[in-house]
Design a protein around this ligand. Structure first.
Ligand SMILES: Cc1ncc(COP(=O)(O)O)c(C=O)c1O
Length: 384
């Protein structure tokens, strides 16, 4: 059987990994400034993480949600402590799309309404409602198309206000990434998030903070939406939550009550997933990784702003993007093939940096030196 060919891939086979480094099957070492798409939060194969999952696997890996799973309660407790949102409730699932799907569904159940406000260039996942709220017609199948999603320009307070004035009584939810990731690293401004909070309060709608990529400490705050100083009603989480183990979830404000069977999942919150997620939070806490993300991110962004050619350096913490002009269009490829550094991209010309939150000083310096060198090689090539 052949694989269903949906991914354009780099011809590299990774066989082992440690911290911010991965090795291929020729034993070539790469620096991972991509974190497997913002997933690696505490570093590859962190010893505490490996030990906690291994021990759990030797005890019990899975049983269904029909029994008590104290690890889920332990995870909820730790998540409340690290995120600062101790009075929220936790529902566990398996991926980012599923987290958003459940968040949107819960908002609709709660309000009895069916309209959702989403934003241009947003990415919320590939399941039915999440993909309908994603601003990319190429990945929305005919069956996913719905009149229920209203797309507005990001950070346009007037458009948001007008939309609520016209149909606020039908709006179940506003869903927004604190920093758009797939869309190319665009920050939702603090004022805009405050307007969302205010209008949701005024019209009884639910504010959903999609924190799948920008959350879990990546921005230097636990949720990047926290910079605005106002809480969301639901936070969706996934990528960094399990450091590669598939686990997602939503954190739900206390005023949204649960009802039996309104949400559910077979695999979500299983013993192994909880062990992985707990190990991540324990390491984030003990190694102060949120602080590290904030510091290393500021350092990298300052250095990027001083490099020739790079444009519109932007981001928060270790979620960073910059535009690459036509003259430097080979930069991402050169970084990988000549510099042995993985980075991410966003169409048409954005390089994204999404490394582990444990990125250390040596790797930061190595990244910046290699980037400088690759830029200078391209710029000094005749006929460029
Ligand atoms: C902001 C955001 N939301 C949701 C998703 C979907 O997550 P998953 O691929 O785990 O379903 C992604 C994935 O890139 C994302 O960046």
């Amino acid at each position: 059987m052949k694989l269903f060919d949906v991914y354009p891939i780099n011809d590299i086979t990774i066989v082992r990994a440690r911290g911010s480094h991965v090795w291929d099957d020729q034993d070539r070492e790469y620096l991972d400034m991509y974190g497997g798409h913002a997933v690696i939060s505490i570093g590859h194969t962190h010893p505490h993480y490996v030990q906690r999952i291994t021990e759990q696997l030797n005890r019990v890996g899975f049983y269904s949600n029909s029994i008590r799973i104290p690890l889920q309660e332990e995870l909820a407790e730790k998540l409340g402590q690290v995120s600062g949102k101790t009075d929220y409730q936790l529902f566990l699932c398996n991926s980012g799309a599923e987290a958003n799907e459940n968040a949107l569904k819960l908002a609709s159940f709660h309000t009895g309404r069916s309209k959702v406000v989403a934003f241009r260039k947003a990415f919320h996942g590939r399941t039915s409602l999440a993909v309908a709220a994603t601003d990319n017609p190429n990945i929305v199948a005919p069956v996913n198309r719905t009149e229920n999603i209203i797309f507005l320009p990001l950070n346009d307070e007037q458009a948001l206000e007008d939309c609520f004035r016209a149909q606020g009584d039908q709006i179940a939810a506003v869903i927004i990434e604190g920093i758009q990731g797939v869309g190319g690293i665009h920050i939702a401004t603090d004022d805009f998030l405050r307007s969302i909070r205010r209008l949701c309060d005024q019209f009884g709608s639910v504010y959903i903070a999609d924190s799948v990529q920008c959350g879990y400490g990546r921005s230097g705050q636990f949720f990047s939406h926290d910079f605005a100083g106002v809480p969301a009603d639901i936070y969706s989480m996934a990528k960094g939550m399990g450091n590669g183990f598939p686990v997602g979830g939503i954190m739900i404000a206390p005023h949204l009550p649960p009802k039996h069977f309104m949400l559910g999942t077979t695999f979500g919150g299983n013993h192994l997933a909880c062990a992985a997620a707990l190990a991540v939070l324990e390491v984030m806490d003990s190694e102060k990784l949120m602080d590290n993300a904030g510091q290393k991110g500021a350092l990298i962004m300052q250095a990027l702003r001083e490099m020739p050619g790079l444009q519109n350096v932007r981001g928060r913490g270790l979620m960073i993007g910059f535009d690459v002009p036509e003259t430097l269009k080979s930069l991402k490829k050169d970084l990988l093939q000549k510099g042995r550094i993985f980075t991410g991209e966003a169409k048409p010309n954005v390089i994204r940096l999404l490394p582990s939150l444990a990125l250390n000083e040596e790797d930061t310096t190595h990244f910046l030196d290699t980037l400088r060198q690759q830029i200078s090689e391209i710029l000094n090539t005749p006929n460029n």
